[in-house]
Design a protein around this ligand. Structure first.
Ligand SMILES: CSC[C@H]1O[C@@H](n2cnc3c(O)ncnc32)[C@H](O)[C@@H]1O
Ligand SMILES: [Zn+2]
Length: 443
C-alpha cells in the first residue's frame, strides 16, 4: 500500500471490543472505527486502519466495548419533571387522577423545554442517541433535540379532548400538519403523528391521521393494547378488539409503531404480520403499572419487528435503556417459559437495528457499518463489578447499567466524553429542575 492510498478522516476510535450488530451475534476484538464527517467511513482491524487512514483525532478505548447508539423508541421526555410524583397505581387511575390533572396545571412551553432537556441529559448519559417522543408542544421538543444535536422522532399529539397544546382534533391535526412540514428533511428530527390511544381518539380523527401519514410519509405511533381493561372495554362497547378497529380504519401499516401490546391473541398477531406494523416493548412501565407483558419472543418468531422503549420517567422511573434491556431479557424468559428467550445479542438488536427498522431508517442507523451515520457509544467495562469479561455482549445486557457509558457520538459529534455531557449545561439545568419541583410540590 502506498502513501497515495491513505485517506484522510476525522476520528479513529480504537475499541478493545466491538458489537457491530450487523452481522448479528458478533463480537470483534481490537477494531478501529473511522469517522469522516457525519458517517462511518470504515470498521477495520487496527493494522488495516494504520495502513489506510490518517486521522485528525484518535481515541483509545482499551477497556471498552463500542456499539451503535441506542434507540429509545417510546417516551414522553418532559414527563421527567413528574418522576416519582405518582407511584404504585394502575394506568387509568395514574392518568385520570394524577397525570392528566398535573399536565393541565403545569404544561407550557418552558415546562416542555426544561423537562425535555432533563430527559435528554439522562438518555445521552446512558447510551441513547435517538429517542422517540410523544408529548405536547412537539415544536419545542424538536427544537431542543435539534439544538442539543440529539436524533429524535417527535410525534405531535392527537386526542379527542382539549389539552394545553390544542382545543381538539381539528387544531391538533392543523398544527400537526404544519409541524411535519417544518421539520421533515431535518438532519436530526423525524416528525411523526401520535394518536394517543384507541380509547382517546375516535374514528374520524384516526382516519385523518392515516391520510396525513399517507400524504407526508410520517410515521404513526400509538399506545395500543396496553392493559386488559383497554381490550375488554373495547369489546364490550364495540364488539371489536382495538387492533381490529385500527386495522379497519387503515391505521396499521409499515409506518405504524404500536406501543405496549401486552394483550395479544392470534388475531392480533395475524393483523400485525399482514400490516407490517412494528411493536414497541416497554417492559418496566408495564411492570410498574401492572399492565401486563408483551410476549416478545412469540412476536419475533412470527416475524414481527419489536423495538424497545422506556416510556416516560413518570411510569418507569428512569430512562436508562440498558436497564430496560436487562429487564426485557429477564422477563422474556419468564413470559416464554424458556431461559433461551431473548438472549443478549437479540436484546441489543432490539435497542439498535430493530429500532432503526421501526423508524424506517435501517439504511443509515442501528449498526456499525461503513456508510451509516456515526451514532456510536462506548461502555467502559473496567469496573470491578464487570469482571471478568468472558463475553462483552452478556455484560451489556445482564451486568451493565447505563452509567458505564463513557463516550457517545451523534452524527460524528461528541455528546459524552469520559462520562461527561459535552453540550448540556447540567448545573444550569438542575436549577431549572429544582424550580419546577418546588412549584409542583406546592400544588
Ligand atoms: C398524547 S401526549 C401523551 C399523553 O400520554 C400520556 N401517557 C404517558 N404514559 C402513558 C401510558 O403508558 N399510557 C397511556 N398514556 C400515557 C401522557 O401523560 C400524555 O397525556
Ligand atoms: Zn407512553
Amino acid at each position: 500500500m502506498t502513501a497515495d492510498t491513505i485517506t484522510a478522516a476525522d476520528i479513529r476510535i480504537n475499541a478493545r471490543w466491538l458489537v457491530p450488530v450487523e452481522p448479528a451475534n458478533t463480537v470483534l476484538h481490537n477494531q478501529a472505527v473511522i469517522i469522516q464527517g457525519d458517517r462511518i467511513a470504515a470498521v477495520v482491524s487496527r493494522e488495516e486502519a494504520d495502513a489506510r487512514f490518517r486521522v485528525r483525532e484518535t481515541i483509545d478505548l482499551d477497556h471498552h466495548v463500542v456499539l451503535p447508539g441506542l434507540i429509545n423508541m417510546h417516551g414522553h421526555a418532559a414527563m421527567s419533571l413528574f418522576r416519582g410524583m405518582a407511584d404504585d397505581l394502575p394506568l387509568m387511575t395514574w392518568l385520570n387522577d394524577h397525570i392528566w390533572p398535573a399536565e393541565g396545571a403545569f404544561i407550557n412551553e418552558a415546562f416542555i423545554a426544561d423537562g425535555t432537556q432533563l430527559a435528554m441529559a439522562e438518555m445521552l448519559r446512558t447510551g441513547t442517541t435517538t429517542f422517540a417522543d410523544m408529548y405536547f408542544f412537539p415544536e419545542i421538543v424538536a427544537q431542543m433535540a435539534h439544538d442539543a444535536g440529539m436524533r429524535a422522532q417527535v410525534c405531535f399529539p392527537l386526542l379527542d379532548f382539549p389539552t394545553p397544546w390544542g382545543s381538539g382534533p381539528d387544531e391538533y391535526l392543523d398544527k400537526g400538519a404544519a409541524f411535519i412540514r417544518d421539520w421533515q428533511g431535518d438532519d436530526y428530527i423525524m416528525p411523526a403523528i401520535g394518536p394517543h390511544a384507541p380509547y382517546t381518539v375516535s374514528d374520524d380523527p384516526m382516519v385523518r391521521a392515516v391520510a396525513l401519514s399517507a400524504d407526508t410519509g410520517a410515521p404513526i405511533q400509538i399506545h395500543l393494547h396496553e392493559t386488559e381493561f383497554e381490550v375488554t372495554e373495547a369489546l364490550e362497547k364495540s364488539g371489536r378488539r382495538p387492533t381490529a378497529r385500527l386495522a379497519e380504519l387503515g391505521v396499521l401499516g409499515t409506518r405504524t409503531q404500536c406501543v405496549h401490546m401486552t394483550q395479544i391473541d392470534e388475531s392480533d398477531i395475524a393483523l400485525l404480520q399482514q400490516s407490517g406494523a412494528h411493536v414497541i416493548h416497554c417492559p418496566e412501565s408495564n411492570l410498574k403499572l401492572a399492565s401486563g407483558l408483551c410476549p416478545v419472543q412469540k412476536l419475533e418468531e412470527a416475524g414481527i419487528n419489536v423495538a424497545i422503549g422506556t416510556d416516560g420517567a413518570a411510569s418507569n422511573n428512569d430512562l436508562d435503556l440498558f436497564g430496560e434491556l436487562r429487564t426485557a431479557a429477564m422477563v422474556a424468559k419468564v413470559v416464554a417459559g424458556d431461559a433461551a428467550a431473548l438472549p443478549a445479542h437479540q436484546a441489543i438488536a432490539m435497542a439498535t437495528i430493530q429500532g432503526a427498522r421501526a423508524l424506517g431508517r435501517e439504511h443509515d442507523l442501528g449498526s456499525l457499518k461503513a456508510g451509516k451515520l456515526a451514532d456510536i457509544i462506548a461502555v467502559d467495562l473496567s469496573d470491578p463489578f464487570l469482571q471478568p469479561v468472558y463475553d462483552p455482549a452478556s455484560h451489556l445486557v445482564y451486568s451493565n447499567h447505563g452509567r458505564q457509558v463513557s463516550h457517545s457520538w451523534i452524527n460524528g459529534i461528541p455528546q459524552v466524553q469520559e462520562g461527561r455531557l459535552t453540550r448540556i449545561d447540567v448545573p444550569d439545568l438542575m436549577l431549572r429542575v429544582q424550580s419546577w419541583s418546588d412549584r409542583i410540590r406546592k400544588q
